[in-house]
Design a protein around this ligand. Structure first.
Ligand code: URA
Length: 293
C-alpha cells in the first residue's frame, strides 16, 4: 500500500492505524529519513551532477542501521548458537515438562523461540474456567487482548460472549458445566494483527497441545481457519472445515479430543450474513453437550 504524503501528522497517524500500524515496537523512535540521508552518497561522489541515472530504490544497499538483522529467534540458552536453534523442538521440550497450567504459563513466559514475544506487550495465556467441559481456541490476541493480557476481550470477544450466552454458557460461570475456557494458538499478538506465519504457529503449537492435555476438555471449539487448520493439520479452508467434528489425538490424553471447527467472530463482524452458519455450529455444540455429559 503506497504511503500517502500527508502533511497533517494526525491524518498520517490515522492512516497508519487503519493500516494496522497501531503499536510502537521500538523503545526509541527511529528517524529513518535521517539514516537514509546519512547513507546517501553526496551528489559529487555519485556523479549525479554528470547526469548519471539514479539507482532504483530497491537495489540500493540498505543503511547499516537498517541492514542489521533483528534476532528473530533467540537461542534457547546461552551457548546455543542462534543458527542451530530449533524453536519448535525447544517448545516441545518446555511444553512437555509442564505438569500444571501454572507451570505451562511459566514455561511459555520463558520461551524465546517465537519472535512475536518481542513485539507483544503481554503474554495472553487463557481466560475462563479450566474445569469447563469446552475449550475454545482462537488464532492470536489482538490489540485489546495484548493490552489486557486476556483472550477475546475486544469486539470479537464481545460477540463470542453473546454467542455463548445464547446457548447458556458464560466464560466466568462458577459452575463448570455452564462455563468455558478460552485460549489461542498463539499467546502473543502479531504486530498490526497480521496473519501469523507458519514458523510462528509451529513454534507455539506444542504449548497449545499441552494446554489441551492439561485442561482435558470434553470438546474443543476451533475459532476460524488458522486455529482449525493448524491444530488439525488440515489444508482445507474454514468454510469446508466448519460445522464438523474431528477426533484429534493429543499426547498425554488417553483418547482423542473431539473438536468442532467454526467461524471466527472477527470474520462474523466483517460478514454478518455468515452468522447464520456460526449459529448452526453453536446449536450443534449445545446439542452435543446435552448428549455427551
Ligand atoms: N482473535 C483471536 O483469535 N483471539 C483473541 O484472543 C482475540 C481475537
Amino acid at each position: 500500500m503506497p504511503e500517502p504524503q500527508y502533511s497533517n501528522p494526525i491524518r498520517l497517524l490515522q492512516w497508519y492505524a487503519e493500516a494496522g500500524i497501531d503499536e510502537a515496537i521500538e523503545d526509541q523512535p527511529i528517524d529513518r529519513y535521517a539514516i537514509a540521508a546519512r547513507a546517501r552518497p553526496s551528489a559529487a561522489a555519485t556523479g549525479a551532477d554528470q547526469g548519471r541515472q539514479s539507482v532504483p530504490a530497491g537495489s540500493r544497499p540498505l543503511p547499516a542501521a537498517l541492514a542489521q538483522p533483528r534476532p528473530a529467534v533467540a537461542p534457547a540458552s546461552p551457548g546455543v548458537a542462534a543458527s542451530s536453534f530449533d524453536g519448535a523442538a525447544d517448545a516441545r521440550r518446555r511444553a512437555a515438562s509442564a505438569d500444571s497450567l501454572d507451570a505451562l504459563r511459566t514455561a511459555l513466559a520463558a520461551f524465546d523461540g517465537c519472535a512475536l514475544k518481542q513485539t507483544a506487550m503481554n503474554l495472553v495465556f487463557a481466560d475462563g474456567n479450566p474445569a469447563a467441559p469446552i475449550m475454545f481456541i482462537g488464532e492470536a490476541p489482538g490489540r485489546d487482548e495484548d493490552r489486557q493480557g486476556l483472550p477475546f476481550v475486544g469486539r470479537s470477544g464481545k460477540l463470542l460472549d453473546s454467542m455463548l450466552a445464547a446457548i447458556g454458557l458464560d466464560r466466568h460461570a462458577e459452575k463448570p458445566e455452564q462455563a468455558v475456557y478460552i485460549a489461542n494458538i498463539l499467546p502473543w499478538r502479531p504486530p498490526g494483527d497480521r496473519t501469523p506465519t507458519a514458523a510462528e504457529i509451529a513454534a507455539c503449537l506444542p504449548f497449545i497441545e499441552r494446554h489441551i492435555a492439561l485442561v482435558k476438555p470434553r470438546h474443543v471449539v476451533l475459532l476460524g481457519g488458522t486455529a482449525a487448520k493448524s491444530l488439525l493439520n488440515r489444508s482445507e479452508g474454514i468454510m469446508r472445515l466448519r460445522g464438523r467434528w474431528y477426533e484429534h489425538p493429543v499426547e498425554g490424553l488417553d483418547k482423542p479430543v473431539s473438536c468442532l471447527a467454526t467461524l471466527h467472530p472477527a470474520f462474523l463482524l466483517r460478514s454478518p450474513k455468515e452468522k447464520r452458519s456460526a449459529w448452526r455450529d453453536f446449536l450443534e455444540l449445545k446439542s452435543k453437550l446435552g448428549t455427551s455429559v
